[in-house]
Design a protein around this ligand. Structure first.
Ligand SMILES: Nc1ncnc2c1ncn2[C@@H]1O[C@H](COP(=O)(O)OP(=O)(O)OP(=O)(O)O)[C@@H](O)[C@H]1O
Length: 258
């Protein structure tokens, strides 16, 4: 089984230890949510997991091999990274933009029929077919977020690492995106790793939740256990209650912890 894992991952930025020896293993067919307060190190961890950042100590391994030793093209065929607040500055049409997700497969000949079919599938799965002929820089923030998901899926990656993919989505599209991430894991066996601020979405979508605080793993467990009131108090300094919702537990933020 393909395994992505971080081993004693340590990152220092300036005089701050942003990640302090993170050990975590990610499995395909599962959705893992990484949550934690602002500045906890979530994006930094995702950057390392996608080999965008070299840690100061420790490593990320894919199937037992150091990820950074894999050639970039091989790496980007296997792992798609969806950045936070990605700007789309180019005045290109949606279809062309999503086609950039095929870059790891495309040679001098440009997109071939199988590439175009993968782009069409990704656009259908992400529900952005209607943006195929729209200039992407004219899309709204939430529309762009969905086009970015489509671009990541166009490369048919084994792993999807997405930094705050729900930011800017309206409630209906949050539900659609959660369903999409679940389908990618359940039906296609992909490994999905998301950083999230929406803890109810984490409860809804994730098989497992990692709570980071000050660059350390505070909890790594099934969602209801990882997002317990005790953990939330320590991580976020909030008083929270777990309520029974129609589909499972939901969180009520009572207020700041005293
Ligand atoms: N170049 C840098 N020099 C010093 N500190 C940095 C630098 N880059 C990032 N940091 C700090 O590293 C910490 C972790 O940042 P990171 O973006 O990983 O956090 P995060 O959990 O994703 O936060 P958020 O929820 O706000 O997006 C933050 O405190 C940030 O200020």
């Amino acid at each position: 089984m393909s395994i992505l894992c971080s081993e004693n991952l340590t990152v220092r930025l300036g005089d701050k230890a942003v990640l302090n020896g993170i050990d975590a293993a990610f499995a395909p067919g599962l959705v893992t949510a990484i949550v934690g307060p602002n500045g906890a190190g979530k994006s930094t961890l995702l950057d390392c997991l996608s080999a965008l950042r070299k840690p100061d100590a420790g490593q990320v391994a894919l199937d037992g091999r150091a990820l950074r030793d894999l050639p970039v093209r091989a790496r980007s065929r296997r792992i798609a990274y969806l950045p936070q607040n990605a700007e789309i500055a180019w005045a290109v049409e949606g279809r062309t933009f999503v086609g950039l997700g095929r870059t790891p497969y495309v040679g001098a000949w440009g997109l071939r029929a199988d590439d175009r079919a993968a782009v069409a599938r990704a656009m259908a799965v992400a529900g952005v077919e209607s943006f195929a002929d729209r200039i992407v820089s004219t899309l709204s923030g939430g529309e762009r977020a969905r086009v970015l998901i489509a671009r990541a899926l166009a490369g048919e990656p084994q792993w999807l690492l997405a930094d705050e993919p729900l930011a800017g989505l309206d409630p209906g599209h949050v539900l659609d995106a959660c369903d999409l991430f679940r389908r990618l894991a359940d039906e296609e066996g992909r490994g999905v790793v998301l950083t999230l601020h929406d803890l109810d979405a984490a409860l809804r979508v994730a098989d497992r939740v990692i709570v980071l605080a000050e660059g350390r793993v505070l909890a790594d467990a099934a969602p209801a256990e990882a997002l317990s009131p005790e953990v939330l108090k320590t991580a976020y300094g909030v008083e929270a209650r777990t309520l029974d919702g129609a589909r499972g537990p939901v969180l009520e933020m009572v207020g700041r912890a005293r």
